[in-house]
Ligand binder design. Structure first.
Ligand SMILES: Nc1ncnc2c1ncn2[C@@H]1O[C@H](COP(=O)(O)OP(=O)(O)OP(=O)(O)O)[C@@H](O)[C@H]1O
Length: 267
């Protein structure tokens, strides 16, 4: 069963996509991790990536960062075919993608502002990056980012003294300081209580809108996907089985992603 709605195709086509996957295929030995997967994300759009364990979600993230090479198909980020990038351009490409992880990936002994400043590392001269001697302007960018996620008053507090939700908001501030136009969020709220999860996803959605950031967010909670994503893209066994506006996806379709064996039939 494959549900690709015309509406979803139109949404992606309306603006030049920030991310476009065209029939990407990835195999590991004889195992097909991704089988001709295609979808696009427009600037400012939040897309939830759903699918059971082993569906191929992490492999999609790795192909977008080119940490894994696709066997066939193309990945286009901000208009550039990333398969064609030389080593230097690839480094820049990776540095431009904002990454948000389940376990926050902050440096625990550093304070919130220094963790946020890590987002500036790819955009400052090497000597500043090596010495971590940031300019006044960079510090202002970091403080503004912390302010945007509601953590200005925690700027000089160590990361490991912040709650999980606050740490994840620092990770979002880091992405803001980085000025990323594409954010990959890998189960960003899996470790959080419901209130903190709602708070983090609200901030993520709001900044996507405000800054025209495209967000691809792997989630396991279908209710959160419906509430916070613009679109839902779902995978099963390496295949795209659903790409539709979140508001148009039924409970039965969500169940089918995880439980309906009919979804395994070739589309
Ligand atoms: N380096 C690898 N070597 C061999 N097989 C791999 C490798 N990476 C992924 N796979 C296989 O590719 C398929 C997709 O894996 P992937 O990690 O992308 O799934 P996932 O949807 O992210 O799962 P989870 O939700 O558990 O993280 C799985 O069958 C997995 O075993």
């Amino acid at each position: 069963m494959t549900l690709i709605t015309p509406a979803a195709e139109m949404t992606a086509a309306a603006a030049a996509p920030a991310l476009r996957l065209d029939a990407i295929t990835k195999t590991f030995g004889s195992a097909i991790a991704l089988d001709r997967v295609s979808f696009a994300i427009a600037p400012g759009e939040v897309v939830a990536l759903l699918g059971p364990s082993g569906a191929g979600k992490s492999t999609i993230f790795r192909c977008i960062s080119r940490l894994a090479e696709v066997d066939a198909g193309t990945v286009t980020v901000l208009g550039r075919d990333i398969g064609a990038l030389d080593r230097r351009a690839l480094r820049e490409h990776r540095g431009a993608i904002g990454l948000i992880f389940q376990q926050f990936n902050l440096i625990s002994r550093m304070n919130a502002i220094d963790n946020t400043l890590a987002g500036r590392l790819g955009q400052v001269p090497t000597w500043r990056a090596v010495t971590r001697c940031f300019s006044r302007e960079d510090r202002q960018i970091a403080l503004a980012a912390l302010d945007r996620v509601g953590l200005l008053e925690k700027a000089y507090q160590r990361a490991d003294s912040l709650s999980g939700g606050q740490q994840q908001r620092v990770a979002i501030a880091r992405v803001l300081a980085q000025r990323s136009r594409l954010v990959l969020a890998d189960e960003p709220v899996a470790s959080l209580d419901p209130a903190s999860a709602a708070n983090v996803l609200t901030v993520l959605k709001d900044i996507a809108r405000e800054r025209s950031i495209a967000v691809l967010c792997a989630l396991h909670q279908t209710d959160l996907a419906c509430r916070y994503a613009d679109r839902i893209v779902a995978m099963r066994k390496g295949r795209l089985v659903l790409d539709a506006p979140a508001a148009a996806v039924s409970a039965a379709e969500l169940d089918a992603i995880y439980y309906d064996t009919a979804a395994d039939a070739p589309g």
